[in-house]
Design a protein around this ligand. Sequence first.
Ligand code: GUN
Ligand code: FE
Length: 442
Amino acid sequence: MSAQTTPRLIRGRILTFLENPSQESAASAYHFYEDGALLIANGKIADVGDFSDVQARASVNLGAEVAVVDHRPHLIMPGFIDTHLHFPQTQAIASYGAQLLEWLNTYVFVEEQKFESAAHADFIAGRFLDELIRNGTTTAVAYCSVHKQSAQSMFAAARQRNMLMVGGKVMMDRNAPEALRDTPQSGYDDSKALIEAWHKPDQRNYYAISPRFAITSTPEQLEMSKALVQEFPDCYVQTHLSENRDEIAFATSLYPAAKYYIDIYAHYELLTPKTILGHCIHMCDREVSLMAERGAVAAFCPTSNLFLGSGLFDHDRFAKLGARISVATDVGGGSSFSMLETMSEAYKIMALQGQKLSPLQSYYMLTLGNARALGLQDKIGSLHVGADADIVVLDARAKPAMDLRMDVAATLEDELFILQTMGDDRCVSEVYIAGKAMKSAL
Ligand code: GUN
Ligand code: FE
């Protein structure tokens, strides 16, 4: 990975997780350095700890004063990770008045047709990634449109920014406008060509095989998806599951052999530890247990689930049954690019079901939790020596009302909760990607 070579110290109040604070005793689940520093060299974290220790070690090891970027009193955390969103829906966000299937037909399938134009795809890809950065998101798992070009645009834009991105062109061969349909063969061929060209973990690009959902794929296309998964087991798989009751009824009517929606994906062997299933709202215990057994991940998309009136994701039931969970925006069904706003809505969805989401657990989910969901915890999601230097710097006093509230905040947990409940992109004071300051350069 190309990167900044001059070592630098990034100073501030550092928070990084070692474990899920809901499982460990919270105090041993994270490191917090009130006056901390990260030594950044060659795009990676070379040291982390108390500022005075890291500075002393740096001057001994490097034999010279190392430049310091001082972010105090702001919080420094691993860059946020968004595990499910749609890059061609960047201009479909905030489309009024419909639930899932009507919303797809009325807005999304109209918008996605514009990505037949390479110029449009290139333009939106750049704006999309810049918006992620503006919100402190340094890695995302993105659906592209059906057009092969759209994935090329997304990966090229990611490579320009040196951003670790996962994505793939959607495969959809029915129940969509003609202009958005591929065929089982062309979907396979285009996906395979994209994997060969762009699935380059050493360059921070990862491919996700992306049958959109059972409604828009024929059995022949899901068969081809299965072939791709078997041929390219290193790639991710992404699709949607049990978001909306009409969707479930339609999907299961198209696959009459399936008793439950998830049986469709199980039949085509699409449930793997590299599979991310968007939404997973209306599911019985047997389905959740099957996910746990296969190691597939449920992407909890709070703003989308509220915005589209889809329902309430049952976080604690998934946790109890041992299923893996990530969090995501699902833009443009999701109504914000901000992972802070996303966790604010996650908290409320859980509150509606009598569940609690602690502030520490929220930030674990945004960082190490989502990195683990992707199996990328060695590279991203925590600030450990050898990790990629993807970092977000947060200012909990960025808005006047937050400033006032912060005046009476007593603890780190208070500050985190204020950031999540009142914050947005204005609170993201800087973002580093592979050691390079990106937000201030936008
Ligand atoms: N299900 C199938 N496609 C989509 C999509 O684009 N957004 C959401 N929220 N759900 C879907
Ligand atoms: Fe989605």
